[in-house]
Design a protein around this ligand. Structure first.
Ligand code: DLL
Length: 434
């Protein structure tokens, strides 16, 4: 049965939704102009005044904001409210530079929670479900974000956080968890640990839904997960700058619904900054329509996706984004050819002998880029015969070449050799920048 958290909003006719967006956008530009020196300066430099923004079409007159702006104004230079109005901070790990700090007012937390309550309801999760949250709790937004959404819909939360994998399996069994929320790579690892302990997620547990995100993953990986564990695997997307985890697919698993009353989305050509048409692949840009502490105007997240405004079979009228391929800066350029790690995953997951864990290693040898993919075989496919191994390496290399248009060296490694992840998986070792 189809359920909605707020049917009036979720099924609102598109023209009404757009009117609402227009009103909120006008309010937003005035608000940031008055409350943030950062935005005032940025608007002034671009020669835009709040009154220039009257329609949604005027959005393109506004200057972009970037992750580097958050870093340059570290920690709170872009905030529009004084610290005493904040109820929480989250801080990014800063693995690729200075960390970014996001502050939340009470209303910001409520808006975030509402977004997730709608999302979780749209995948048929609600009261009576036991949601085990295996995203990290703490400065990372995954744990607490999912937690608030799950409590809002009346589900029971089991806040395991990430790690302690044997105990996660025990609790799935002992407390009858019906939903698991964690990164897809961590769930694969959990399944591996369960199998070693002779526990079948499919037969020995009540798990029926997975809420997987925080990292790119492919349709082919979804097929593998669903087939191996008997659960329905849903994609969840969000970023810490926008709040944290925010949006999921609905039960039709056909794109991620972005709540248009809360966020305005565009897809642009990353080189020219021009808006692209619906259906064209480009860089996602989001404007927040409800946030008070850290509103973002035309924020260039850097994720590559496609917008789909077709009405969804579920009856929701809000636009969808199709599976996120990753950030533009996750893209590898190997001998001048663009390669997303997700493309490699898609190819590997169609080859039955290949297991779910892999590592892409890029080196520069004699001034030439060389890409190697290390993969583990599935236990069923494991063979001691050298010829079988060579044949499989050739098969995988040729499948990768036909999609990527570049020669890839394939190396089969022993099961368990590739590091497992309990959070975001690290799939690439690029030795060229060392
Ligand atoms: O990863 C928030 C989150 C937590 C989302 C739990 C979903 C579940 P950040 O650490 O700021 O926030 O990382 C955000 O991760 O820009 C994407 O590049 C990537 N990402 C997140 N979800 C997906 C997804 C959280 N479903 C960055 N598919 C984003 C592809 C994703 N990439």
């Amino acid at each position: 049965m189809l359920e909605y958290w707020n049917p009036l909003i979720e099924r609102m006719p598109v023209d009404e939704l757009e009117k609402m967006q227009e009103k909120k956008l006008k309010h937003l530009v005035n608000y940031v102009y008055q409350h943030s020196d950062f935005y005032k300066k940025r608007f002034d430099e671009a020669g835009v005044r709040p009154e220039d923004i009257q329609t949604l079409d005027d959005l393109k007159k506004l200057p972009f904001t970037y992750k580097s702006d958050l870093r340059d104004t570290y920690p709170t230079g872009m905030f529009c409210v004084p610290n005493e109005q904040l109820v929480r901070f989250h801080v990014s790990s800063g693995t690729t530079g200075k960390p970014t700090v996001v502050g939340y007012t009470k209303n910001d937390i409520d808006g975030w929670t509402t977004s997730l309550a709608r999302a979780m309801t749209s995948i048929g999760v609600g009261r009576g479900d036991i949601i085990q949250i295996g995203y990290g709790y703490g400065l990372f937004t995954g744990g607490l974000g999912a937690h608030y959404g799950a409590e809002e819909i009346g589900a029971t939360v089991l806040p395991t956080s990430s790690g302690n994998t044997e105990r996660q399996i025990e609790l799935i069994q002992d407390l009858n968890s019906s939903v698991i929320a964690c990164t897809p790579s961590y769930f694969l690892f959990m399944n591996e640990v369960a199998e070693k302990a002779n526990v079948s997620i499919d037969k020995d547990t009540n798990l029926r839904v997975g809420i997987f995100g925080a990292e790119p993953w492919s349709e082919e990986m979804r097929a593998r997960i669903e087939q191996a564990t008997g659960i329905k695997a849903y994609d969840i997307y969000g970023t810490s700058e926008l709040s944290g985890p925010l949006f999921t697919e609905c039960q039709y698993q056909d794109g991620i619904h972005i709540w248009a009353d809360q966020f305005l989305i565009e897809v642009i050509d990353p080189k020219t900054g021009e808006q692209l048409k619906e259906g064209e692949r480009g860089e996602l840009v989001i404007t927040t329509l409800f946030k008070e502490a850290l509103p973002l105007i035309r924020y260039r997240i850097g994720d590559i996706t496609v917008i789909n405004k077709e009405p969804c079979k579920c009856g929701r009228t809000h636009p969808r984004i199709m599976r996120v391929l990753g950030r533009a800066d996750d893209m590898l350029i190997v001998r001048g050819i663009n390669v997303f790690p997700g493309q490699i995953e898609s190819v590997l997951m169609t080859i039955p002998e290949v297991g779910e864990h892999f590592m892409i290693v890029v080196d520069r040898v004699n001034e030439l880029d060389v890409m190697k993919v290390q993969i583990e075989m599935t236990d069923q496919a494991f063979s001691d015969k050298v010829n079988d191994i060579i044949d499989l390496e050739k098969k995988v290399a040729s499948a990768l070449k036909s999609v990527l248009n570049i020669a890839v060296k394939v190396e089969l490694v022993e099961s368990g050799t590739i590091p497992r992840s309990m959070g975001k998986a690290k799939r690439v070792t690029d030795n060229r920048n060392l």
